[in-house]
Design a protein around this ligand. Structure first.
Ligand SMILES: O=C(CO)COP(=O)(O)O
Length: 252
């Protein structure tokens, strides 16, 4: 009932030329994929090129950030209506790199998530604990705070539209993937947090795992009961690896 989603987060990789080249290599390899949604999250400067070259295909295009206001005196920022105008399909919000390096706060996300939905964008809201928080036994407290704040201003009937990505910070870019038990526990906990707001909506919520997902561990992670897909960093830059992860999605 929930269509799995494999989303490649390219981060700050991809000139327009590289984007065109990677998409041209990717599209033929996705032509037989009908068991999962697939998307790429590209830098702002590559969005137009990505939208143009994926038009009519099954490959979605996401941005990696946006401001909550539709317009205003916010030098250097880009708004949700601006992304929607480009026909971008969605936006990644609250990635741990934005939280760590750019001061992204749960309070800002509280405004960004509903603003994105209002503009017709899909949202992937990222949550996840640091290594220190896990070691201190604070994983659930951290996830609760991030999920509750991020969803606080989302109307109840739209809760199930928000895609959540559980990305333990210690697993991102480290090759140190969560164990299947750690991943399932956290994914189920995130779903339970949505259920606290609305049980029916939580059954619609797509919850992704992210953090060192690679072709050799993807099938096991994607088979977890509460895993509805993956948010892939490094491996999404390699067309063969990314395609292999898409192929690892269980066909139900
Ligand atoms: O941050 C990530 C996706 O958003 C995960 O990155 P890696 O797959 O490189 O660990």
């Amino acid at each position: 009932m929930r269509t799995p989603l494999i989303a490649g987060n390219w981060k700050m990789h991809g000139t327009v030329a590289e984007t065109d080249e990677r998409i041209a290599a990717l599209l033929p390899r996705l032509s037989t994929v009908d068991h999962a949604d697939v998307a790429i999250c590209v830098p702002f400067t590559a969005l137009q090129a990505a939208v143009d070259s994926t038009r009519g295909s099954q490959l979605g295009v996401f941005a990696q950030n946006m401001h909550h206001e539709p317009q205003g005196a916010f030098t250097g920022e880009v708004s949700a209506p601006m992304l929607a105008e480009l026909e971008v399909g969605g936006v990644v919000l609250g990635h741990s790199e934005r939280r760590t390096y750019f001061g992204e706060t749960d309070r800002a996300l509280q405004l960004k998530v509903p603003a994105a939905l209002e503009a017709g964008l899909q949202v992937i809201l990222c949550v996840g604990e640091t290594e220190e928080e896990r070691e201190k036994g604070d994983t659930e407290r951290r996830l609760r705070h991030q999920v509750q704040e991020g969803l606080e201003k989302v109307p109840s009937d739209r809760l199930g539209d928000v895609i959540l990505a559980y990305e333990p910070v210690w697993a991102i870019g480290t090759g140190h993937v969560a164990t299947l038990e750690q991943a399932q526990d956290a994914l189920a906990f995130v779903r339970a947090l949505v259920a606290d707001r609305d049980k029916e909506q939580s059954k619609r919520s797509r919850i992704l795992y992210g953090g060192s997902m690679k072709p050799d561990n993807a099938a096991d992670l994607l088979a977890l009961p509460d895993c509805d897909g993956g948010l892939i960093g490094g491996a999404s830059l390699d067309v063969s690896q990314f395609t292999a992860i898409v192929e690892a999605v269980p066909r139900s």
